[in-house]
Design a protein around this ligand. Structure first.
Ligand code: NAI
Length: 718
């Protein structure tokens, strides 16, 4: 029986070529996942078809004692289900067919009379782990590269190839919920401790031990749930308590925008009271519903674009980036200190230079505290934390730069200061040293002018807080070479960030889009919209925080400064709202002063200030509908994004979307700003923009009409 409904990959191989069946001795079969069209096996249509045939044949063999499922190398089992194939599923019935087909294979593996062993290593996510779960035993390679888990909920689906019922049977309900809802990929030892695998083996001996176990010559005890977990699993009252608690946690985190975790919760809770046959159907129905829905499509699209960004960072055949060893950061304030610390953590020997001793001391204290915290939480081994501590040295002099391969400046935001710092640096570093700037508003092209070898000058724009924000804008000035951009992207990837290459325009991408959005929020507030309602509307839209709360985070002084530079660059349409100057002049700058739109008591939740109505000067926006209020804020960004597309600020719509999700937390379930616009229909966006552009209050303000007049790019796409 052939798999129906699962799209085939472009480079589809010959049938029967994806799996090698080896017979090292009588009674033993090793099933090696070894598809010729993939560098790492993926459970796609060709491989699943071959697996089905192989397992079907094995089921008919009489003298079979042991079967081992293995990758072509110990640390290359399989990368899970074919996410691209899943992303192309649009028909519910196709999705149902795929899930049922895979279930039938895995059930047949479970029913084999021989002892079955999965010998896994490297990344073992999702479908790859679910294949293993259908075996009697799982043995994992004890290696830092091994990562095992069920990350499906992160892509908007559920572990639908048996994971939702086989994992709870193996590790108990609480453990399974933990793994499935977090989507975490566990290191080998952690997976073993949790009972997700039965034994660890060094990679070199993985296959040998798996074969010994399969043939019954090596004893192994299947990790069982244990009495305590068994009692929990058998107790309906405990299920209800766990269910309620976890549901609340999930809702608090997802705010109801993501259906998959709740579906997974119900499946896991119901798994122990249902027959395997019932669970197969429930999983199939759930996957069919979720995989064809818009949330899954959006999350998968973000996944693919971020993978493409990482691919860019690997370079191409003619140019591979260096693995940088030595670096320096000039300016050890809020940004520079954290950047230098993160680079040291990732293995670079770092020099941090600042005129101020206090700034350096604060950066060192912060570096040590961060590493200690990570070590306590077992994110770093103690010796790794110690080594990272030693890799950061500081100085008040411009010294220690002779071996530097990258120097990043994060000094005050002034062109003259930055230029003079970079001139000074350029005289001290080797000629192939990258010169990066963390500027958030100055021109990289202008900064590079006059420096020797300006092609190595690149913007490396981190977001605040550095350790948390996943995006780095790699800004290419006019002189910046492709190689320099790739090397900066590679460094960003190494730091665990997602790089997006952007053109050197004012505000680059993210701040250029945030500018009109925050400005519109301020205008709506000044014109009478209730501030709590204003923030709530954007939370309801799916943003991580409301715009007024975000303004407090950014700081009203910084936001004003950013708005002024956007105005200088783009003219009237970016004319800043002056209505909240009264707030800034009272030193209510937001979090940094403890009071802005919100009060920020130390260690407590921020609360909206009760006196805000005194800053509302008009009531022209009081009668706007919720949709109109949301539109004014969101569509101001969409329109600016369209202008960015016209100017080629990013290389693609997908890059722009990725930057909005990772740089401003734009609702991931919407897949990014322009994906949202497309899902609404560009014609509808154009029509709604025109309504705003023609509304009286907008026409009355300088630049209002221009701001909302639909950009040609939108009309072309409408
Ligand atoms: P900061 O004021 O906290 O730190 C700047 C540091 O540079 C200070 O410690 C100062 O002593 C030092 N410094 C100034 N001139 C120097 C010189 N000639 N040589 C050595 N050290 C010098 O500023 P922050 O917030 O860290 O910003 C730094 C850069 O990062 C700016 O370009 C800013 O636009 C950019 N940026 C800031 C973000 C933020 O949210 N704070 C976000 C993204 C970029």
């Amino acid at each position: 029986m052939e798999l129906q409904g699962f799209p085939l990959p472009d480079n589809c191989p010959e049938p029967g070529s994806c799996i090698r069946v080896e017979r090292p001795e009588p009674g033993l079969v090793v099933v090696v996942l070894d598809p010729p069209h993939r560098s790492l096996a993926v459970l796609d249509a060709p491989l699943l078809n071959d697996l089905q045939q192989v397992v079907h044949d094995l089921a008919a063999e009489k003298d079979l004692k042991g079967v081992v499922f293995a990758g072509r190398e110990p640390l290359q089992f399989a990368a899970g289900a074919d996410v691209e194939g899943i992303s192309k599923l649009t028909d519910r019935n196709d999705a149902l067919k795929v899930v049922r087909f895979v279930h039938a294979i895995f059930q047949q593996i479970q029913d084999l009379k021989a002892t079955t062993v999965a010998a896994v290593g490297g990344a073992v996510p999702g479908g790859a782990f679910e294949l293993s779960l259908s075996c009697n035993y799982i043995i994992a390679a004890n290696d830092p590269k091994t990562r095992i888990g069920l990350p499906e909920t992160q892509l908007g689906i559920i572990p639908g190839w048996g994971g939702s019922h086989r994992l709870p049977r193996r590790v108990g309900i609480p453990g399974a919920l933990d793994a499935i809802l977090s989507g975490r990929l566990y290191p080998a030892r952690a997976a073993w401790k949790r009972g997700m695998v039965d034994r660890l083996a060094y990679p070199e001996r993985l296959l040998e031990i798996a074969c010994e176990v399969a043939m019954g010559r090596k004893k192994i005890r299947r990790k069982e749930r244990g009495m305590g977990k068994w009692l929990v699993d058998k107790n309906p009252l405990m299920h209800a308590i766990i269910g309620n608690k976890v549901r609340k946690q999930v809702l608090a985190k997802t705010r109801g925008f993501y259906p998959a975790p709740l579906v997974a919760l119900d499946l896991v809770l119901g798994s122990l009271g249902a027959s395997p046959g019932q669970m197969v159907e429930r999983e199939a129905e759930a996957v069919a519903e979720l995989a064809t829905g818009s949330v899954c499509k959006s999350l998968v699209s973000i996944f693919f674009v971020s993978e493409a960004a990482k691919k860019y960072a690997r370079g191409h055949d003619d140019f591979r980036p260096r693995k940088l060893q030595h670096g320096a950061v000039i300016g050890g304030g809020v940004m520079g200190g954290a950047i230098a610390s993160s680079m040291a953590e990732k293995g670079l020997n770092m020099r941090l230079i600042d005129l101020s001793r206090d700034a350096l001391d604060a950066a060192l204290v912060d570096h040590a505290a961060t590493l200690e915290k990570k070590s306590k939480r077992r994110r770093l081994k103690p010796h790794e934390a110690n080594a990272a501590l030693d890799r950061l040295t500081v100085s008040q002099e411009m010294d220690g730069l002779a071996n530097a391969e990258i120097v990043l400046e994060a000094v005050a935001e002034r062109m003259d200061v930055k230029k003079s710092v970079l001139q000074n640096v350029a005289a001290k570093v080797p000629s192939n040293c990258l010169l990066a700037t963390n500027t958030s508003s100055l021109s990289v092209t202008e900064m590079a002018a006059g420096l020797p070898r300006p092609e190595r000058v690149v913007g490396m724009h981190f977001f605040n807080p550095v350790r948390k924000m996943p995006l780095v804008e790699v800004v290419r000035g006019e002189a910046t070479s492709e190689e320099a951009a790739i090397e900066i992207a590679a460094l960003a990837t190494r730091m665990g960030k997602t790089p997006v290459v952007v053109k050197d325009v004012a505000g680059f991408l993210v701040n250029r889009l945030l500018g009109p959005y925050l400005d519109e929020a301020m205008r709506l507030f000044v014109a009478g919209v209730d501030p709590a309602h204003l923030d709530q509307l954007m939370l309801d839209f799916g943003m991580p925080m409301g715009p007024l709360r975000l303004l407090d985070e950014v700081g009203l002084d910084i936001a004003t400064h950013a708005a002024q530079s956007l105005h200088a660059a783009y003219g009237e349409r970016m004319l800043p709202c002056t209505g909240i100057q009264a707030l800034s002049s009272e030193k209510r700058l937001g979090c940094k002063t403890g009071w802005g739109f919100y009060r920020h008591p130390k260690g407590k939740k921020a609360e909206l200030s009760s006196d805000l109505s005194s800053f509302q000067q008009e009531d022209s926006a009081r009668n706007l509908s919720d949709q109109e209020i949301q539109d004014r804020m969101v569509l101001s960004m969409v329109n600016e994004a369209a202008r960015c597309m016209e100017e080629g600020v990013t290389q693609s719509v997908e890059d722009l979307d990725l930057a909005t999700v990772f740089g401003m937390g734009f609702a991931p379930f919407r897949g990014g700003l322009l994906r949202y616009a497309r899902s609404e229909g560009f014609a509808s966006i154009v029509a709604r923009l025109e309504v705003i552009a023609n509304s009286q209050d907008v026409c009355n303000r300088p630049g209002g009409r221009e701001k909302f007049t639909p950009a040609p790019w939108l009309r072309e796409n409408a």
